[in-house]
Design a protein around this ligand. Structure first.
Ligand code: CMP
Length: 131
């Protein structure tokens, strides 16, 4: 997901280029906006965390881009490409180092396992929307 901060700042193109240059194939992509209810559902695993309310409010504050990416070792390689959750700790050259402004407004989200990648892909896309 490209998050509301990065979409609002006009960074869809820059981030998408970094993703493609890193060898990921985009097999589905959608510009959309989450309601608070849908953002709450997407981040349900974090429901007990102290930042959950802020996260839900933030993720429903503006449009996002959702995408399904394909690559060998995609989950681990994408997490390397995006960098640490907190941009202050993100490595040089990572998407978050370049585009994120705070731990909440951290430009992008990546799935943390193959299992969650399947769940999150199904959250946004039907079978007919994947190529
Ligand atoms: P993401 O990779 O989308 O997964 C969960 C998100 O919660 C994370 O990126 C951050 O944007 C957000 N998050 C994690 N920790 C904090 C925090 N301490 N304060 C605010 N947001 C957080």
């Amino acid at each position: 997901m490209i998050k509301p901060d990065a979409v609002a700042a006009g960074n869809i193109g820059g981030i998408t280029k970094m993703i493609e240059d890193a060898g990921f194939k985009i097999v589905a992509m959608k510009y959309t906006r989450l309601t608070a209810e849908l953002a709450g559902k997407f981040y349900e695993v974090h429901a007990e965390r102290p930042f959950y309310g802020e996260l839900v409010e933030y993720m429903s504050s503006g449009p996002i881009v959702a995408a399904i990416l394909e690559k060998d070792n995609a989950v681990a390689d994408f997490r390397t490409l995006i960098g640490a959750t907190n941009p202050a700790e993100a490595a040089e050259g990572t998407i978050r180092k370049i585009y994120a402004t705070s731990i909440a407004a951290n430009a992008v989200h990546g799935s943390d396992s193959d299992e969650n990648a399947a769940i999150e892909g199904n959250f946004y896309f039907s079978q007919l929307e994947r190529f």
